[in-house]
Design a protein around this ligand. Structure first.
Ligand SMILES: NC(=O)c1ccc[n+]([C@@H]2O[C@H](COP(=O)([O-])OP(=O)(O)OC[C@H]3O[C@@H](n4cnc5c(N)ncnc54)[C@H](O)[C@@H]3O)[C@@H](O)[C@H]2O)c1
Length: 452
């Protein structure tokens, strides 16, 4: 039997053993799903605390992830998923999936220390005939220039002959990890057509959507392009919001009417773009051609989106001024520290930028977030004695909140809304000074100098 046929059979019979390197937002649900459908899975992470939690059947992700904690407990109890920090487990792995972080540095270049370390640690432990799948998002050309050369170990083994190499980037989003994993189509980039077919057979066991086969560089381009596209679209919505504010119009109404025109779909403007992916994947795409093509639109979009939390600080200064309070010496409550609603993920959080800016301008900042352990607590208690409340994230708790009750807890009734959690400020915020991204200024009944 050929090596290909033997691995194919083990995947089909689900007797193949899988190792998933990196038990984060991607690797953890991937491990749990493969274990759920019957594979024996070992999760491998450098973080001992995470490994201990997984082995105890406890989900290390704190955000609202429907079904994940239950599934993890179930597959660990059933003995189909265990975790370790020891790379020698790869010696018995038919398939190794790599899902470590791939951030960028301060000059927007990929920082592949985790990816390089993972692939280097895997290389001496790679079993002959095994399949290696990189799920991490990488710049175009990375499979060719970084991953394959390490695994080929100076020509001592060859991709397509001694092992199979695939890039199958993830499309999941926090809050929807298991759902996305099952229902979003995937791009399966093989270093050889046989590698792509094997990976397709594997993903068929957990993905109920299209699996598009291609080569590695196309898969790298598709993944980084889909997030760069989204970033550019959000930047357009944000630029439109800034224009609307300036001329005194409501971007939400403008957006709704623009989107009635065929083929238009203006996205939601807001207080900034965060998370591990959207702020860096456009730079990975641009990096893929750096030195040859000088990208212009991608950096411009990044600039606009990076400016939005700073703009929230501008709106706060302006609103406080109307309330008769300077920002310097003011106490400001920042609501939401995760980058996304109902998530505990604080990576590249726009709130972090806003907090730093407010502090730089002399404000005292208190933070509330129902999903981030260090910032939990009763909202009314957190905002007690504050001069302004700034909403950065549309957590459900904030969408449902009756903001008018805050008035008695605040020193100045000032609310700055970066996510349109207040739909009708005139009605919902009597006596408040209000500012919002893309919203016309509302002069409250209390008007200028509202406060004690
Ligand atoms: N978070 C998302 O929603 C999402 C969506 C699509 C794609 N991605 C991509 O998937 C990749 C992983 O993202 P994530 O959000 O899961 O990251 P994460 O930071 O949540 O998880 C990465 C994990 O890898 C571990 N790790 C780091 N170096 C290691 C090593 N050498 N050996 C073993 N483990 C190591 C870390 O300890 C961590 O637990 C990134 O490339 C990201 O761009 C993420």
């Amino acid at each position: 039997m050929t090596v290909f046929q033997s691995l194919w059979n083990r995947i089909e019979e689900q007797t193949a053993h899988l190792v998933v390197v990196g038990l984060g937002y991607v690797g953890l649900p991937v491990s749990a799903r493969f274990a759920q459908v019957g594979f024996g899975v070992t999760g491998l992470d450098v973080d001992e605390h995470k490994v201990a939690k997984v082995n105890a059947g406890v989900c290390p992700i704190e955000g609202d992830e429907p079904g994940l904690a239950e599934l993890l407990a179930e597959v660990v109890a059933a003995g189909r998923l265990r975790a370790t920090t020891d790379y020698t487990v790869c010696q018995k792995a038919d398939v190794v999936l790599v899902a470590v972080e791939t951030p960028i540095d301060s000059i927007h270049q990929p920082r592949y220390s985790a990816l390089r370390a993972a692939v280097r640690a895997l290389e001496p432990n790679l079993m002959a005939g095994a399949m290696v799948i990189i799920e991490s998002t990488v710049a175009p050309g990375t499979m060719d220039r970084l991953v394959r050369p390490i695994l080929e170990a100076n020509g001592s083994r060859r991709s397509g002959m001694d092992f199979y190499l695939i890039h199958c980037p993830e499309r999941v989003m926090p809050g929807l990890l298991l759902k996305n994993l099952a229902h979003l189509s995937r791009v399966v980039g093989g270093d050889t057509p046989e590698a792509a077919r094997l990976a397709q057979r594997l993903y068929r066991t957990i993905v109920e959507a299209e699996l598009d086969l291609t080569d590695c560089v196309t898969a790298e381009l598709v993944k980084t392009a889909e997030n760069a596209y989204r970033d550019v679209q959000i930047a357009f919505a944000n630029e439109l919001a800034l224009i609307c504010e300036h001329v005194g119009a409501d971007v939400w109404q403008v957006r709704e009417l623009v989107n009635k025109s065929p083929g238009r779909d203006v996205l939601l403007p807001g207080a900034g773009v965060g998370g591990h992916c959207i702020p860096k994947d456009p730079w990975l795409l641009a990096y893929g051609a750096s030195g040859t093509v000088s990208a212009k639109l991608i950096p411009a979009a990044r600039d606009i989106n990076d400016f939005m939390p700073l703009h929230m600080a501008e709106l706060t200064v302006d609103a406080l001024e109307e309330a008769g309070q300077e920002l310097e010496g003011a106490r400001v409550a920042v609501l939401g520290y995760a980058y996304l609603e109902n998530s505990d993920d604080t990576r590249n959080s726009p709130s972090e930028v806003l907090v730093a800016r407010l502090q730089e301008l002399g404000a005292e900042v208190v933070i509330h977030d129902p999903w981030v352990p260090e910032y939990r607590g009763a909202l009314e208690v957190r905002v007690q004695g504050c001069d302004a409340v700034v909403v950065m994230v549309a957590h459900d708790e904030y969408r449902r909140f009756d903001w008018s009750v805050l008035k008695k807890h605040l020193r100045h009734p000032v609310l700055v809304d970066g996510r349109r959690v207040v739909v009708d400020p005139g009605r919902q915020l009597p006596g408040f000074v209000f500012r919002g991204v893309g919203r016309p200024q509302v002069r409250s009944a209390a008007g200028s100098g509202a406060g004690p």
